[in-house]
Design a protein around this ligand. Structure first.
Ligand SMILES: [Zn+2]
Length: 224
């Protein structure tokens, strides 16, 4: 099976392979790399790509845009918190069992929320990812929290792991499941019995978060 893909060359140093929402494959490659070299690296990732393209969780309905009005709810670590627009002037997102945003920042609220979530994601996800990677014996080069548009996580051929900050919206058990699921793919590309065994060792109750994702996973995709 040969995968079709688009190559975009630029001044970058490493190759990255992205599966887009429409399931097409975009390869970003350094200018110095020949097409044969790119093909070889893509071939090495063939099973991984096959799995990504056939992945059932990755393509939820189109996300709903927030309007940032008082009373709107915002999902954070599995709970919906009320948004309150205040008359006070301040720049940041304030959180205290409720989200507070200055009404003067309403136009920027989406960016402010994304920055706030990104920070929380780094703080809370990175230690959990490291913990599971160690428990599962998965090695990587660099670990990053990124703004991945269409995926929960990605791995470059250079073994850099990227996790989507949006994962922080989910309940803890779902967060752990998404982490373990992605790490397990570094050991086993397909959803084989071996794959589910790897997951069960870490999360014996993995059917619960799996069901949550099936029912509510699209909520994680909702943008600001
Ligand atoms: Zn998978």
């Amino acid at each position: 099976m040969k995968q079709d893909y688009r190559i975009v060359y630029s001044e970058r140093k490493t190759l990255s392979i992205i599966v887009e929402r429409d399931r097409s494959i975009l390869v970003r490659a350094p200018k110095s790399m020949s097409e044969e070299e790119v093909q070889q690296l893509v071939d090495e990732k063939k099973l991984w790509l096959y799995e990504k393209i056939h992945h059932p969780q990755k393509y939820p309905p189109d996300p709903v845009k927030k309007e940032f009005t008082t009373g709107e709810t915002i999902l954070y670590m599995g709970r919906n918190y009320r948004l309150e627009l205040t008359n006070e002037k301040f720049d940041e997102i304030r959180f205290n069992s409720c989200f507070f945003v200055s009404r003067y920042q309403k136009a920027r609220a989406g960016d402010l929320f994304q920055a706030w979530y990104m920070e929380r994601a780094r703080e809370k996800l990175l230690p959990r990812i490291r913990h599971f990677a160690e428990a599962m014996g998965v090695s990587y080069n660099r670990l990053l929290i990124s703004d991945l548009k269409y995926r929960w996580a990605s791995c470059t051929p250079k073994n850099n792991l990227n996790f989507n900050w949006r994962i922080i919206k989910a309940p803890v058990l779902v967060i752990d499941y998404l982490i373990v699921h992605e790490l397990a793919h570094l050991l086993e590309p397909n959803h084989s019995p071996k794959f589910w065994n790897i997951i069960a060792v870490q999360l014996p109750e993995f059917e619960k978060p799996k069901k949550w994702l099936k029912d509510y996973g699209y909520k994680l995709e909702e943008d600001f």
